[in-house]
Design a protein around this ligand. Structure first.
Ligand code: FMN
Length: 214
């Protein structure tokens, strides 16, 4: 047995107080994101966990990269026919989460997800290096494949076919935007008395701000 019960740490890096927060969670997200970036020590600050409710009834979480965020929501790119894509088509309620250990921070976002406009996905696909474009085309993400060799052969073939040609976005690859309904900011504090501030979207699109017990 590996006993991890003595893995324990006191959280002392920061605090989150009602007197010092904006009315809008996106503003606070932006502030935290850049503070974590500037502090250093987190390799991919934009890596986030996306949880979906699958067709099998189980939740499933996996890491993707946040590529844009605006007052409307959080955008990531993926294969629309993947396991997550199929889960989303069936149930658009998702959860995003970030854990930034350097500043002892966690953000949990519940929201509804929808595909972004095709021209926006085209624009982002166009900006990717050729290798990433071809990778997105050859991979039927989440499908069972016979071997790695099959994938590599497919890529080689596609590379040969595409020489001198424009590589277009496959229709089953593109962006999703998660429109937040609830955003919880968690700041680690000493003695397990962590700060938790939750923003909940009101029907008039203002945000209700509440403190939660740690
Ligand atoms: C750091 C990191 C970043 C990733 N970024 C993406 C991404 O932006 N889009 C994506 O589709 N998969 C990304 N992946 C792979 C996903 O975690 C996952 O394996 C893939 O999307 C298939 O998930 P699914 O079968 O549940 O649909 C990333 C993985 C890691 C570890």
């Amino acid at each position: 047995m590996e006993d991890l019960s003595n893995y324990r740490k006191s959280y002392e890096k920061s605090e989150l107080l009602e007197t010092n927060i904006p009315e809008d969670p996106i503003m606070l997200f932006k502030k935290w994101f850049h503070e974590v970036e500037d502090f250093g020590g987190v390799e991919e600050v934009n890596a986030m966990t996306v949880s979906t409710i699958g067709l099998d009834g189980f939740p499933k979480a996996r890491v993707v990269l946040l590529k844009q965020f605006t007052y409307e929501g959080f955008i990531f790119y993926t294969n629309y026919d993947s396991e997550k894509g199929r889960a989303i088509a069936n149930n658009p309620n998702v959860c995003l989460s970030f854990f930034w250990h350097s500043l002892e921070r966690q953000i949990i976002i519940k929201g509804r997800v929808r595909k972004i406009a095709e021209n926006l996905s085209d624009g982002y696909f166009e900006s990717r290096p050729d290798g990433s474009k071809l990778g997105a085309i050859v991979s039927n993400q989440s499908e069972v494949i016979a071997s790695r060799t099959v994938l590599e052969e497919k890529l080689k073939q596609l590379e040969a076919d595409c020489v001198g040609k424009e590589i277009l976005r496959p229709k089953n690859w593109g962006g999703y935007i998660v429109e937040p309904q609830e955003v919880e900011f968690w700041q680690g504090r000493p003695n397990r008395l962590h700060d938790r501030i939750r923003y909940k979207l009101n029907t008039d699109f203002s945000w209700k701000i509440e403190r939660l017990a740690p």
